[in-house]
Design a protein around this ligand. Structure first.
Ligand SMILES: NC(=O)c1ccc[n+]([C@@H]2O[C@H](COP(=O)([O-])OP(=O)(O)OC[C@H]3O[C@@H](n4cnc5c(N)ncnc54)[C@H](OP(=O)(O)O)[C@@H]3O)[C@@H](O)[C@H]2O)c1
Length: 337
C-alpha cells in the first residue's frame, strides 16, 4: 500500500465565517520530491487572518486560493526526504506548506527557510515569525515610534498586538494602551504584559476610555481591526500622529458594506499620517529584528502566548477563533505527526 497524506482543500468560497461546507478533508498519495525538491512532514500550521481573505474571489496581494486547491498557509515541518542541496533530512523548515500533512518545497517558487536549532516551532511561528516581525517593523519602521509617544494598539491580546505593546514599552513609549475584547484579555495585557491601560471594546465606551487614558491624544495608533474602532481612534489623534494600517480583521468576514470612516478629517487638522504596509516587503530585514527579539524574549522583556489547536481536521475551526476572539496570542495547529 503506497503511503498516503491528508490535506484540507477549499471546497466552496465562504460567505461570512468558514463553515463545514467551506473545506473538505481528503486523503491523497503522499507526494514524492523531484530533482531539486524536498519532502516536508508538516508539524505546525500558522493560522493567520489573511487566510480568510485568500478564500474570497477578490483581488488581493496574492491570488485567491483556487477551488479544490489545498488551503494556503504558512507552516513548519521536518525535511524527511531531499533531492536538494538547500535542505538536509532532519532540517526544520518554515514555508508556505499549506493545510496538509506533507508538502514539497524547492529552491525556486516554493522555498522554505531552515529554522536554527533551539528555536521552538511555535515561537518560530509567533514572536520570531511573521506576527512578531509585523509588530516590530509596523511599529518602528512604519509607525516611527518616538520616545514618549502615547501608543494605542487594537487586537492587543492577539499575536501581533501583544508584541506591539511590549516593543513600544521597550523602545521608550510614554504610555501604551491596548484595545481588546473582554475583561480577561484586558487584565492579561496589564498584569502580564505591562501595558499601562487596556480598554474592553465589547463592554466599555471606547471613545470615553480613550479620552481618559490618552489625555493629550494618540501619537501612534497601530490598527489591526479597521472599522468602527479605527474610526473612533482617528477622532482622538494628537498633532502629527501616525496611524499604522496593519490589518482590518473586522472586515474579513463582512457581508455587505464595510464601515465607512467618518473621522478621517482629523488626519488633516492634526497633520497626521496614515500608512499601510505588508510584512512581505520586510523579509530581508527579518534577521536584524529577530536578533533583538531573541534578546528580549530571553531576558523576559517580551512575553508571548501560543494558542495550540490539535489536529489538521480542526484547522478551519482554528481559523474562526481569530474572528470570534477565542484566542490569546498566536493560533497554531499542531498536526501531531
Ligand atoms: N500587514 C501585514 O503584513 C500583516 C501581517 C500579519 C498580520 N496582519 C494583520 O494583523 C491583524 C492581527 O493578526 P494576528 O495574526 O495577530 O491575529 P490575532 O490578533 O492573534 O487574532 C485576531 C484578533 O482580532 C480580534 N478581532 C476579531 N474580530 C474583531 C472585530 N470585529 N473587532 C475587533 N477585534 C476583532 C480578536 O480579539 P478580541 O477578542 O480582542 O476581539 C482576535 O483575537 C490582522 O488584521 C491581520 O490581518 C497584517
Amino acid at each position: 500500500m503506497p503511503p498516503t497524506s491528508r490535506q484540507v482543500v477549499l471546497a466552496t468560497r465562504p460567505s461570512g465565517m468558514v463553515d463545514e461546507e467551506t473545506t473538505r478533508l481528503e486523503t491523497v498519495p503522499q507526494p514524492e520530491p523531484g530533482p531539486g525538491e524536498a519532502l516536508v512532514r508538516v508539524q505546525y500550521l500558522s493560522i493567520d487572518p489573511t487566510i480568510r481573505t485568500w478564500m474570497d474571489d477578490a483581488p488581493g496581494y496574492l491570488p485567491p486560493i483556487e477551488i479544490d486547491a489545498v488551503v494556503r498557509s504558512g507552516g513548519i515541518g521536518e525535511v524527511v526526504a531531499s533531492n536538494s542541496d538547500s535542505y538536509a533530512v532532519g532540517d526544520t523548515v518554515f514555508g508556505m506548506l499549506g493545510w496538509q500533512e506533507h508538502a514539497v518545497v524547492d529552491e525556486g517558487g516554493n522555498t522554505a527557510q531552515v529554522i536554527p536549532d533551539g528555536v521552538p516551532p511555535t515561537e518560530a511561528l509567533s514572536v520570531f515569525g511573521v506576527t512578531g516581525m509585523t509588530a516590530y517593523f509596523g511599529l518602528l519602521d512604519v509607525g516611527r515610534l518616538q520616545p514618549g509617544d502615547t501608543v494605542v494598539v487594537s487586537g492587543a491580546a492577539g499575536a501581533t498586538g501583544s508584541v506591539v505593546g511590549q516593543v513600544a514599552r521597550i523602545k521608550g513609549a510614554g504610555r501604551v494602551v491596548g484595545i481588546a475584547g473582554g475583561p480577561e484579555k484586558c487584565a492579561w495585557l496589564i498584569d502580564e504584559l505591562g501595558f499601562d491601560g487596556a480598554i474592553d471594546y465589547k463592554n466599555d465606551d471606547l471613545g470615553a476610555r480613550l479620552r481618559e487614558l490618552c489625555g493629550d491624544g494618540i501619537d501612534l495608533y497601530f490598527d489591526n481591526v479597521g472599522g468602527e474602532i479605527l474610526d473612533t481612534c482617528l477622532a482622538q489623534l494628537a498633532m502629527r500622529a501616525r496611524v499604522v494600517c496593519c490589518g482590518a480583521i473586522s472586515a474579513y468576514n463582512a457581508r455587505g458594506e464595510a464601515h465607512g470612516l467618518t473621522n478621517y478629517f482629523s488626519l488633516i487638522t492634526k497633520r497626521a499620517r496614515m500608512e499601510g504596509f505588508l510584512i512581505l516587503d520586510y523579509l530581508d530585514r527579518f534577521p536584524e529584528a529577530q536578533m533583538e527579539m531573541f534578546g528580549w524574549v530571553a531576558d523576559g522583556q517580551v512575553r508571548h502566548a501560543e494558542h495550540v489547536v490539535e489536529g489538521l481536521e480542526n484547522a478551519p475551526d482554528a481559523l474562526n477563533l481569530l474572528f470570534t476572539g477565542g484566542n490569546t496570542g498566536k493560533v497554531v495547529v499542531a498536526l501531531g505527526s
